[in-house]
Design a protein around this ligand. Sequence first.
Ligand SMILES: Cc1cc2nc3c(=O)[nH]c(=O)nc-3n(C[C@H](O)[C@H](O)[C@H](O)COP(=O)(O)OP(=O)(O)OC[C@H]3O[C@@H](n4cnc5c(N)ncnc54)[C@H](O)[C@@H]3O)c2cc1C
Ligand SMILES: *[C@@H]1O[C@H](CO)[C@@H](O)[C@H](O)[C@H]1NC(C)=O
Ligand SMILES: *[C@@H]1O[C@H](CO)[C@@H](O)[C@H](O)[C@H]1NC(C)=O
Length: 427
Amino acid sequence: MSTATSLRRPPRVLISGGSIAGPAIAWWFTRYGFHTTLVERWPGLRPGGQNIDVSNQGREIARRMSLEQPILDANTGEKGTVFTDLQGRARISMPLEPGSVSPTNETEILRGSFAQLLYDATSKTTDWRFGDQIKQVDEHEDRVDIVFQSGKQETFDIVVLADGVGSRTRKLVFPPQDIEFKKLGVYIAYFMYPRDPNDPLANQWVVTNLPGKRALSFRPGGPGLTSAFLMWCSPESQGYEKLPQADQIAAIREHLLYPSVPNSTITQRALQGLSATTEVYLEYTGQIHAKHLHTPTGRIGMIGDAAYCGTALSGAGTTLSLVGAYILAGELARHRDDPRAGMKAYEAWMAPFAAQLQDLPPGVPQIVLPQTELGIRVLHGIGRLMLWLSKFRVVQWAAGKVFVPGEVDRIPLPDYREYEVVLDEKK
Ligand SMILES: Cc1cc2nc3c(=O)[nH]c(=O)nc-3n(C[C@H](O)[C@H](O)[C@H](O)COP(=O)(O)OP(=O)(O)OC[C@H]3O[C@@H](n4cnc5c(N)ncnc54)[C@H](O)[C@@H]3O)c2cc1C
Ligand SMILES: *[C@@H]1O[C@H](CO)[C@@H](O)[C@H](O)[C@H]1NC(C)=O
Ligand SMILES: *[C@@H]1O[C@H](CO)[C@@H](O)[C@H](O)[C@H]1NC(C)=O
């Protein structure tokens, strides 16, 4: 039961996690006149991460936050996508052109750059606290009492968990049987290294399948850098994600020198990059499927990867984060007197949306990671055929039904403008 007294003053919200989802919801809460505190475990704004793209409804939300142009300005410079063979010869080319079909979009940005934009947009209005985290949560019908790692104790009206796929605070709040980690059976090992200016494909996203259910990817990774990843199938986690960086690099090298992988231009390029790497990140990919996006009292909710991680394979992590932030803040503004009703409305809107974006095409990722060179040639053949067919309107329509994640791109966003109290200085 929410008490009327708690509603005269601005609701106090605590947000855990300062990457994408966390600052995005802080921005919207501020807009609706809520008071926001954001706690980030790292000692400062966390740099790093590779390319993400802000698409569809996510881009619409960025536009409403006046961040669309800054995102375009921070573009990684990627000019298209090329699938190559092991010698680096183009097999399928998908340039970034108006009306073309390409995995490359003009909104390609590095995760770290986007996090910085969101920080800049909230640093004056949100109480950012670095180097601390929630240690203990005591939830009541009318408030949440928090003990921080630093020893500080405070009370909030609402707590939002936005601390990523491995969220520890989620474990403090939700029963383990309500959270499913659905493994996808692939490792992705990301590494950044200085870009070779003489590389003719330096401005392209180069994707190369390797025999043995593996794939390599190289993309422009911001000024002077290439961001690469190696992906390989593994039915179970092998614990690499817990190893120190030097051991992770050794593991990636081992998987590049795997017996089924021929010594080739592309593997040489990856090995060279790996030996000059400036940043490595290795994950055993899995999605988060949560039974509920909030607690029964409606005082604690989750957004972003903590709540519905789709993994890099869905390509939708950023969009889900921005949409979740927008909907949760909007519904809590609409139901200012009744957070439980606000959380319920958020879950009712968000859960089916997230389920659609998390839903990968049948057989992905294994189906796009063939075992043999013949399998790879077949995959490229199918890809070229699809690309050729996509030039025809009727096929576009039919292919849209199979390859584009459903009608989800066209679901309209609710309008919460009537709850805004902070006016856009530009309007
Ligand atoms: C360093 C980094 C690199 C990434 N690289 C890529 C990439 O290359 N490609 C890709 O597709 N996606 C990447 N991601 C994931 C991508 O950011 C998310 O899929 C998506 O943007 C949703 O973001 P999120 O804000 O929900 O979660 P995340 O981006 O995972 O952010 C979670 C934040 O919470 C913080 N945190 C964790 N635990 C706590 C705690 N207990 N208390 C307080 N704060 C906590 C973390 O430090 C982090 O800043 C990366 C994320 C991070 C943090
Ligand atoms: C980039 O994505 C947006 C949707 O987010 C789409 O409207 C636009 O056409 C895409 N750009 C290109 C060049 O495909
Ligand atoms: C791969 O080939 C290159 C040159 O063709 C050679 O320099 C390198 O040593 C070879 N690597 C392995 C692991 O055989």
